[in-house]
Design a binder for this molecule. Structure first.
Ligand code: SAM
Length: 211
């Protein structure tokens, strides 16, 4: 998702109390930011943040951080966030590549990748958020026993991920190519893209990976 540049987006983000400004200062002590010891879960490429905000509402016993690299997209999430009274969610305006500079080893309990950009051309495979290079990034911040959960309606990206994730030394714990008719759907929170594509009749794929 790449929205047109929105004038003032950077300024609004720089002033927002919902965005972690200078996130590197919190490396190893994100629990201070939340004021509790609850596990921290992040969504990488959260878009307008529907999924992560509903997760935060449904799971007050957990902390959530939404990661989105484009300020114009993050701005939409902030507008929605302002209507909610939630103590357990913050946002980061960064590229996923920077995660190890921001989180200490083991600081993140779970990573959600939802409807990540498919980058269909082979020469762009490294940009896919389930590429072996990105799995190495997640390995650096994820706690022992931590998991990566990935949903998409893109069959090619899903097939690629079923190979690239084990290639990076991870296990696929569970997977389905029809989430909405599978027991894995228990507790499923729909993302913005999931609502849009399932309404068109596209089956939704999901996998859970661990090391
Ligand atoms: N997760 C949302 C959903 O399911 O509705 C949004 C999906 S949208 C197709 C993918 C989002 O990931 C875009 O907003 C894009 O800017 C963001 N994104 C892609 N690569 C990223 C990266 N390397 N770091 C941070 N965000 C990224």
């Amino acid at each position: 998702m790449r929205l047109r540049h929105i004038p003032g987006a950077e300024e609004a983000i720089a002033e927002s109390p919902y965005v972690v400004q200078e996130p590197r200062q919190y490396r190893g002590r994100f629990r201070d930011l939340f004021g509790n010891e609850n596990p921290i879960r992040i969504e990488v490429g959260m878009g307008k943040g529907r999924f992560i905000m509903e997760m935060a509402q449904t799971h007050p016993e957990m902390n959530f951080i939404g990661v989105e690299r484009y300020s114009s997209v993050l701005l939409r999430a902030l507008q929605k966030r302002a209507e909610l009274d939630l103590p357990n969610i913050f946002f980061l305006c960064i590229d996923a590549k920077e995660l190890p500079e921001i989180f200490a080893p083991g600081e993140v309990e779970r990573i959600y990748l939802n409807f990540s950009d498919p980058w269909p051309k082979d020469r762009h495979a490294k940009r896919r958020l389930t590429s072996p290079d990105f799995m190495k990034v997640y390995d650096q911040v994820l706690a022992a026993g931590g998991k990566v959960e990935f949903k998409t309606d893109n069959q090619d990206l899903f097939s690629y991920s079923l190979e690239s994730i084990p290639e990076a030394g991870w296990k696929i714990e569970a997977s389905t190519r029809d989430l909405h008719h599978d027991p894995m759907a228990e507790g499923n929170v729909m993302t913005e893209y999931e609502m849009k594509f399932s309404a068109l009749g596209n089956p939704i794929c999901k996998l859970i990976a661990s090391r």
